[in-house]
Write a protein that binds this ligand. Structure first.
Ligand code: ZN
Ligand code: ZN
Length: 422
C-alpha cells in the first residue's frame, strides 16, 4: 500500500517534508526548516535515512533544503535536483551555517558529502530509485525549481512544491498543464487572495523609485539573495534605469550562478546585461559611495534581519529624501515588518523613527488562489487534492472552493498525518 506521510508543511507555510512510502521503502520530497522568533531553525519530523531510496530537493529555499544535510551524517541516500538547485543549495546552506551554525546538527563537510551523492536531473527526465520513478517538472517558482511527479505501484503523485503561474523577469510559468496524476499535493501559501497584476506592480515600483531618485534620494531595496534580488535587478535593467544601481551581499553570487546556468532563465540576456551595467559593492568604500549619490541599492537580507541591508537602513532611516522599498513578505517580528507597521527601525540598541519613504510591493513568486485552482483543473485524472505549505484557516476556505469547482475531495493534513492511497 502506498502511503503519504506529512513530516512538515502540514497546516504551516514552509518546513516542507513529504515522504512517500511503499513496502517500507521511502522517497522523501524536500527536507526544509522554518525559523522561530529567536531565529533558531525548527526541523521537520524525523525519518530514518536507512529507509530512504532517495531525497528530492525541489528548489534551494531553506524551507525546502535546510534540514537535508542532517540525513547524510552516517548514511548516504541519493539526492536529486536540477543542476542549478544543487549548486544554489550549496551557497544557501553554507550561508546558513555561518549564521545559525550553533543550532545545526551538521557542518560544511556534511553539505559537501550530501552534494557529492547527487544526481543532477533535467526537467522531464525520468529516473528510477527502488520502486519509485521520479520526473522533475518546471514549477515556475524560481530558477531551477521543480515540481515532482512520482510513479509508484499504480499511483501517480504530483507534488507541486512552490509554484508560480505567471511569467516573471527570471522565470516562465510552471509546466504542469496536462500532467496525469491521481493525487496532487499542492502548495497553498496564498489560499484566499490574488496578487495584483505583475506589470502594474513593476510600473508602480519603477515610477516610485524614479520619484525618490529625481529628488536626490537613495532607495534601499532589501531583497532575498535567491531569486528576488535578481528579479529586481532585471526589472530595473529592462527599463534602462539611468541612475547607479548597487548590488550588495549574496545577491551577486547567486546572480553569477544564474548567468552560468542560463538555460533556467526566462530572459538570460537581461540578467547578464544587469550584471554588466550595475555596480557590485566590493568593500566598505563602495558602501559609502553607494549612499553618496542618488540611485538604488539592492542588498540582502530581504526582511532586514541581517546582511548589508542593515548597514544602509541605519543610514537612510532618518532621511526623508531617501526610501526603503520592500519587495517580499515581511514575517512577524522581523525588523522589516516593524518598519512597515510601526514606522520604527530597531537594531540592537538603536531605535530610529523612520522618516524615509516606506513602500511595499507584491513581487511574490508563489501563485495565488486563482492560480491554485487553475493548476488543479489542468491536471488530468485527479482523484484527490492534498493542501500543504499553507495556513489552516485559508486552506479550509480554499478547500470548499476547490470542491465546489472541481468535485474533488480535498485533504488538509497536519504534520504527522499519514494518507493511505489504496
Ligand atoms: Zn516554500
Ligand atoms: Zn520557495
Amino acid at each position: 500500500m502506498t502511503k503519504i506521510k506529512i513530516l512538515g508543511s502540514g497546516r504551516e507555510v514552509g518546513r516542507a517534508a513529504i515522504a512517500i512510502e511503499e513496502k517500507e521503502r521511502s522517497l522523501l520530497l524536500d527536507y526544509g526548516v522554518n525559523f522561530d522568533d529567536a531565529d533558531r531553525p525548527i526541523f521537520p519530523m524525523h525519518i530514518r535515512p536507512k529507509d530512504l531510496d532517495a531525497l528530492v530537493l525541489t528548489h534551494s529555499h531553506l524551507d525546502h533544503i535546510g534540514a537535508a544535510p542532517s540525513l547524510f551524517i552516517s548514511l548516504k541516500p541519493k539526492i536529486i535536483g536540477t543542476r542549478l538547485t544543487l549548486d544554489a543549495s550549496r551557497l544557501l546552506l553554507m550561508d546558513m551555517i555561518k549564521i545559525n551554525g550553533a543550532y545545526l546538527p551538521y557542518d560544511g563537510q556534511c553539505i559537501d558529502e550530501m552534494l557529492s551523492f547527487s544526481d543532477a536531473t533535467d526537467y522531464e527526465e525520468s529516473r528510477d530509485y527502488g520502486k519509485f520513478s521520479v520526473t522533475l517538472k518546471d514549477s515556475g517558482h524560481i530558477p531551477g525549481s521543480a515540481s515532482v511527479l512520482v510513479e509508484v505501484d499504480r499511483h501517480k503523485i504530483l507534488y507541486t512544491s512552490d509554484i508560480n503561474t505567471i511569467e516573471t523577469k527570471l522565470k516562465s510559468s510552471h509546466k504542469l498543464d496536462s500532467v496525469s496524476a491521481d493525487t496532487i499535493l499542492i502548495e497553498s501559501t496564498y489560499s484566499t487572495s490574488n496578487h495584483p497584476d505583475r506589470k502594474e506592480t513593476e510600473k508602480k515600483f519603477y515610477d516610485d523609485i524614479i520619484d525618490v531618485v529625481e529628488n536626490g534620494g537613495v532607495v534601499l531595496v532589501p531583497a532575498f539573495s535567491i531569486s528576488r534580488g535578481q528579479e529586481i535587478m532585471s526589472v530595473l535593467e529592462e527599463r534602462n534605469f539611468p541612475y547607479p544601481v548597487w548590488i550588495d551581499g549574496m545577491i551577486r553570487d547567486v546572480a553569477e550562478l544564474y548567468v552560468k546556468h542560463k538555460e533556467y532563465l526566462n530572459n538570460p540576456e537581461l540578467l547578464s546585461r544587469a550584471m554588466q551595467n550595475q555596480r557590485i559593492v566590493k568593500n566598505w568604500g563602495d558602501r559609502r559611495k553607494a549612499l553618496r549619490e542618488p540611485g538604488v541599492i539592492i542588498a540582502s537580507a530581504g526582511m532586514l534581519k541581517g546582511g548589508p541591508s542593515l548597514y544602509y537602513m541605519k543610514r537612510i532611516a532618518d532621511n526623508e529624501r531617501d526610501g526603503v522599498f520592500m519587495v517580499s513578505y515581511q514575517a512577524p517580528m522581523t525588523p522589516g515588518r516593524k518598519i512597515l507597521e510601526e514606522g520604527v527601525f530597531e537594531d540592537g540598541n538603536a531605535h530610529i523613527k523612520v522618516r524615509a519613504r516606506v513602500e511595499w510591493f507584491d513581487f511574490s513568486s508563489h501563485t495565488d488562489k486563482n492560480g491554485i485552482i487553475e493548476t488543479i483543473k489542468a491536471v488530468n485524472g485527479l482523484e484527490r487534492v492534498i493542501l500543504v505549505h499553507g495556513e489552516f484557516d485559508g486552506q479550509f476556505l480554499l478547500s470548499k472552493e476547490i470542491t465546489e469547482k472541481t468535485g474533488l475531495t480535498v485533504l488538509i493534513p497536519s504534520n504527522g498525518d499519514e494518507i493511505e492511497l489504496d
